[in-house]
Design a protein around this ligand. Structure first.
Ligand SMILES: *Cc1c(COP(=O)(O)O)cnc(C)c1O
Length: 356
């Protein structure tokens, strides 16, 4: 049976990315050696890293003066590296979920943290609006896509301070105005590569402004100076990321990724709104994520939740269980998700409705 992979992360990747990476693991560039058993400083690997950096810059239209890094540690490591490198006195955070809260918790160890707004009181079912960002903060931190709750900031905000964004789960799903940010980061395992590599886009001149000592490995300057090779980088995930970046370019770039994301999301939200058995969990429709589409059973069908899960699983749906803090269902539809899989889920929802 064909599987439809709605996993939230690690998650679906284009088939050719997996095949090309598997091939390089068996035999890298016809060298007779595996990608896993060569030096990261081998002359054949440097071009992989260089092309990945170049494609990042090209696809996201990153201006001059920014560096692209591939590090270990996950987005969770960035939660502490961000304040280490950028927080001198005071920073502002928008609390849109568990990941935002974790980022905020780390920052509190380094300076004053202002929570400008929060939607915690309603299980983060919307993105707060109409808040003030203090003018004297070192940066304003946002999470553009809230993977667990299915809310998304689909456009770059207008604020008068430099922004920093966790884009773990929506990078490359829309064009971004990188010049508004001093740093954009994320774990690769949602939209780019297998787990193990973390991407960081950093504005060079925003560094070097804090007065504290920064441990070598946690200092972005170390990794800029070392070209992401200060220590051994995660070579296999970087190789896979390069294949994804090539795939995005060949498919038409981030504008095309956004068009597809919008199409998939409209298809599925239309069905959620139409089908009497289901309701969406995000209260402000403009905040509905295109990447993680969350829904629950309508109150009168609440006791059929396990039945629908079984029904959908039997028809090849994978990973649609909602996060435990939200419940219900979550269909994660990252860049590699074919429209056909979304249609297969919609078919399931319609057949299930006919049965009841
Ligand atoms: C998954 C996720 C994280 C955590 O990433 P790790 O790489 O596991 O540390 C952080 N932020 C967001 C928005 C995520 O979706």
């Amino acid at each position: 049976m064909k599987k439809h992979n709605f996993n939230a992360g690690p998650s679906i990747l284009p088939r050719e990315v997996i095949e090309k990476t598997a091939q390089a693991i068996l035999d890298f560039n016809g060298s007779g050696l595996s990608l896993m058993e060569i030096s990261h400083r081998a002359k054949d690997f440097q071009p992989v890293l260089d092309e990945a950096v170049a494609l990042f810059k090209e696809l996201l239209n990153i201006p001059e003066g920014y560096s692209v890094l591939f590090l270990g540690g996950g987005a969770s490591m960035e939660f502490c590296m961000i304040p280490y490198n950028f927080l001198e006195k005071k920073a502002a955070y928008l609390n849109t979920g568990v990941w935002a809260k974790k980022a905020m918790k780390e920052a509190k160890g380094f300076g004053e943290v202002v929570e400008v707004a929060s939607s915690a009181e309603s299980t983060y079912s919307y993105i707060p609006k109409n808040y003030e960002v203090p003018a004297d903060v070192d940066y304003f931190h946002i999470t553009t896509n809230n993977t667990i709750y299915g809310t998304e900031l689909k456009a770059d905000l207008d604020v008068n301070v430099p922004m920093i964004a966790d884009m773990s789960s929506d990078i490359f799903s829309r064009p971004i105005d990188v010049s508004k940010y001093i740093c954009i980061y994320g774990g690769a395992q949602k939209n780019l590569a297998p787990a193990g590599v973390t991407f960081v886009i950093v504005k060079d001149e925003a560094l070097g402004k804090v007065s504290r000592y920064i441990p070598t490995m946690l200092n972005y300057q170390t990794h800029i100076d070392g070209g992401s090779m200060f220590n051994t980088p995660p070579v296999v995930p970087i190789y896979a990321a390069l294949q994804t970046l090539r795939w995005i370019k060949a498919e038409g770039g981030v504008a095309e990724m956004e068009r597809r994301a919008e199409e998939r999301a409209q298809m599925l939200y239309n069905e959620i709104d139409r089908n009497k058995m289901f309701v969406g969990t995000v209260t402000d429709k403009e905040d509905r994520s295109r990447m993680n589409i969350c829904f629950v059973m309508a109150p009168e069908y609440k006791d059929l939740e396990a039945d629908f899960m079984k029904f959908a699983t039997e028809r090849g749906m994978v990973g649609i269980k909602g996060h435990r803090s939200v419940g219900g269902f979550r269909a994660s539809c990252y860049n590699a998700m074919p429209k056909e899989s979304v249609q297969a889920l919609i078919d399931c929802m319609q057949e299930f409705e006919k049965l009841h």
